[in-house]
Design a protein around this ligand. Sequence first.
Ligand SMILES: [Zn+2]
Length: 228
Amino acid sequence: MTTTLYTCSFPRTSHKPQFHLSSSSSFPQNIKFPNNSPLKPTISFSISAVSTPIAEPSQSISSSNPSKTLPFRVGHGFDLHRLEPNYPLIVGGINIPHDRGCEAHSDGDVLLHCVVDAILGALGLPDIGQLFPDNDPKWKGAPSSVFIKEAVRLMDEAGYELGNLDATLILQRPKVSPHKEAIKANLSALLGADPSVVNLKAKTHEKVDSLGENKSIAAHTVVLLMKK
Ligand SMILES: [Zn+2]
């Protein structure tokens, strides 16, 4: 009888082994062995390794480098701006005729701001307010395309590209549908992405709260980044 007490082998990869312990006993319980017998009742164990991907060491490209290099990274962005008379309403870089617009330090582009935050979030970076503080005169009246381009640069630097993006605008008025394609085309161009991976939805806020009373505009964005 041959009994292997322990077997343990690790694949030569950078994967973290996980141990799965199993036991078996094929010995009837009522067999007696003399003390000097070479045959001993033995429970056999086998230990096998299962590969689970773990992070490669971070590449020292900059402080923007994600702590873990994952094949995919997901990020969420949210933004809201107050709507006031005598301001332009710029959404996704497109000037939309309306009786009011966003009062903001930059151009108040709620969609581009939350897209930036979604990308930064996916990269594990600080939010747009930390990277482009609204008390810095440099960003006063800045077109938000500047922030998008920086987010795309950081994404590229970290070794990622956009998988897809899904955004939802929330505003009571005006209707977004006549401008949807222009917004989507401009956003895709700013991201350097194919329009087929950029999706834009819009909805009202059912006349409830500041959004529904045409006093504010908000947007949510989810992005999936893929390792290049
Ligand atoms: Zn904003």
